[in-house]
Design a protein around this ligand. Structure first.
Ligand code: LAC
Ligand code: ZN
Length: 449
């Protein structure tokens, strides 16, 4: 047992310092298998004070720290690269009481999204963000990436849910703003600075979240359309004509086929179509009649499957939710999470398909239509860097973002200057120095080295 392990063991207890290589493996490799590195060790504190103790020991030993939540990240921001200490926040999973008057709750950074949603539901409320990795993704990780998911068009991304936070600085000082005051006009938004900071500024230990009403009636529809432009037209019409639009997701024939094959489930229609738009609504009154009326007059909706009961809705959602896992069965994918302004989406899609085709690789595309957010999954890219470079440059040309919701991580740090100006990069570097002067937290992530 080395000096660092025994000092950390004094903070968290010997059982919570992991050095066994077989156990470390689960913390060292990301979910897709693309990003992996060696950890010096994994430390699992139980609470904020133990987090502070861990950081003080690591600072004293000059060992870099990689904070990790549910390890569902897709850009290499939560796995070690070069012998860092992995600080797992998973044990900080306390769920505070729901405040029904404010419609808020304080949860530990290690609480999973699914646990928070169940907790809110028990109080008659819901949490605004949802995504496929809900059972493992933690709130702390989701705040750190400003995660989006499948309901951004209704409730916004994580940034819009965070009303307070508690975080520990590398010198052990604690930033604590958990009152969740709906109105507060007292200067710089320090909690907001932590949103999307990818573990580079401080270690988040608790978050106060806004909760949203639970809709009484929900309806999900999968609509077959000719292409992305048609999907956008249909989206515009249901947005205007049907109350409670919550999700608008797009996927295509080849992605659906892989999902259905790998999970042995039936597709939504007997006929195969090129493009599928999944829309989901939640409202006080049943949105189905308005939806039926909006669709009846449209000849660009080639087929439709509508579900109102929970089991049938879940079946339709499985076609969309299953994409990430299904893609992984084809090999280690190159995952490019990008966004472009809605009017440019179809043109960008053509360019993207051409880039991947020229590279002799396979593209499985799906995403969040209302936000112009595509998940480009590329399998069999011989030169991933060149391909990524071409896609990032195309995104920037269309005025888009190189990361819509997965974060920058190590995957895209070198392309950050495409979408952030020199002034912004200087201010970001100054922010990093102010919060983490020793550069201890997540080196190599987010900011170009
Ligand atoms: C999704 C994740 C991968 O949209 O962002 O399924
Ligand atoms: Zn997504």
């Amino acid at each position: 047992v080395d000096e660092l392990s025994s000092r950390l063991a004094r903070v968290v207890g010997p059982d919570q310092v992991i050095t066994d290589r077989a156990v470390l493996a689960g913390y060292e490799t990301d979910w897709t298998g693309r990003f992996a590195g060696r950890a010096r060790l994994v430390v699992r504190p139980a609470d904020r004070d133990e987090v502070a103790g861990v950081l003080l020991v690591c600072r004293d030993a000059r060992v870099a720290v990689v904070p990790q939540g549910g390890n569902t990240g897709l850009v290499g921001g939560g796995v070690p690269r070069d012998g860092e200490v992995v600080l797992s926040l998973r044990r900080l999973d306390r769920l505070g009481p729901v405040d029904p008057i404010a419609g808020q709750v304080t949860v530990g950074a290690g609480a999973t999204l699914a646990a928070v949603r169940r907790h809110a539901a028990a109080a008659g409320l819901d949490f605004g963000v949802d995504l496929a990795a809900r059972e493992s993704a933690t709130i702390g990780g989701m705040v750190n990436t400003n995660a989006g998911g499948i309901r951004v068009l209704r409730w916004g991304s994580m940034r819009a849910q965070v009303v307070g936070a508690e975080a520990v600085l590398t010198d052990g000082r604690v930033l604590r703003r958990l009152a969740g005051l709906p109105k507060d006009s007292t200067g710089y938004d320090l909690v907001g600075t932590l949103v999307g900071s990818e573990g580079t500024l401080a270690v988040l230990t608790a978050v106060r979240l806004r909760l949203v009403p639970r809709p009484r009636r929900q309806v999900t529809a999968t609509l077959a359309v000719a292409d992305t432009v048609a999907a956008q037209r249909v989206l515009a019409s249901v947005r205007a004509g049907v109350p409670g639009l919550t999700s608008a997701e797009i996927f295509y024939a080849d992605g659906l086929r892989i999902v259905c094959d790998t999970q042995s489930i039936a597709p939504p229609f007997r006929t195969s179509y090129t493009t599928y738009l999944l829309v989901d609504f939640g409202a006080e009154d049943d949105p189905t009649p308005a939806l039926a009326a909006a669709l009846a007059s449209r000849d660009d909706v080639l087929d439709s499957a509508i579900a109102t009961d929970e089991a049938a809705r879940r079946t339709l959602w499985a076609h969309r939710d299953g994409h990430t896992e299904a893609v992984n069965t084809l090999g280690v994918p190159l995952k490019l999470d990008v966004g472009v302004p809605a009017p440019a989406l179809a043109e960008f899609e053509h360019e993207l398909r051409a880039i991947v085709e020229v590279a002799g690789a396979r593209l499985v595309l799906f995403g969040h239509l209302a936000e112009g957010n595509f998940h480009a999954n590329v399998i069999g890219a011989h030169d991933p860097d060149t391909l990524t470079d071409a896609v990032m440059r195309a995104v920037a040309r269309y005025g888009g973002t190189i990361s819509a919701e997965h974060g920058v991580g190590v995957a895209k740090a070198r392309w950050l200057p495409l979408v952030r100006s020199p002034v912004e990069l200087e201010l970001m570097a100054a922010t990093k120095r102010a919060w983490d002067p020793d550069g201890l937290l997540n080196p190599g992530v987010l900011l170009p080295r």
